[in-house]
Design a protein around this ligand. Sequence first.
Ligand code: CO
Length: 214
Amino acid sequence: MLRDLFDRNRAWSEQRQADDSGYFSRLAAQQAPEFFWIGCSDSRVPANVVAGLDPGEVFVHRNVANVVHSADMNLLSALEFAVEALAVREIIVCGHYGCGGVKAATEDMPHGLADHWLEPIRRLARAYAVDLAMCASDEARRDKLSELNVIEGVRRISETPILQKAWRCGTNLRVHGLIYGLRDGRLTALDCSIGPGHFLNEGVYGSAKERPWL
Ligand code: CO
């Protein structure tokens, strides 16, 4: 199987080279992606493929159920690099219907380490129990929870000191929430985008001018 992988790689690189002789030398010199994608590790939702983007066009972080943990150093390191070094213009949190991680979070049985990882989704399910109870089926309930998880991820990304600092510095950067349908291959916007001017504690602990340290 590994041999097959090398064969496919060789065929792909030769085809790319044939289509565009400067392709690899250009990409090797620098990457300048417009997008930072935070998605699920699910093998059926590869960022480049479902978004129709070429190598070099999207910087990617993926984890089980695209959870945004506020202290996940892996995600935060990638986010900081994407915002400050690559200067991406759009950040996308993308979930998907039929997510196994979201399903695991709704099951009343142990899943090992995943139960620690998926804790934010369990919390969401409790917080939105009334809304979820109105869904017609378990599948619909899990899909709704997948959407809520994306929206929560968008909020959490927006609340990181990394985004707060970028907006404070006048960077025109937006965070979007999308959901992918495994059945039809379509991306749908969840209308939860957050952009410049979204500051934490605004109107709660004083105005932006009084917090110059941000
Ligand atoms: Co998933």
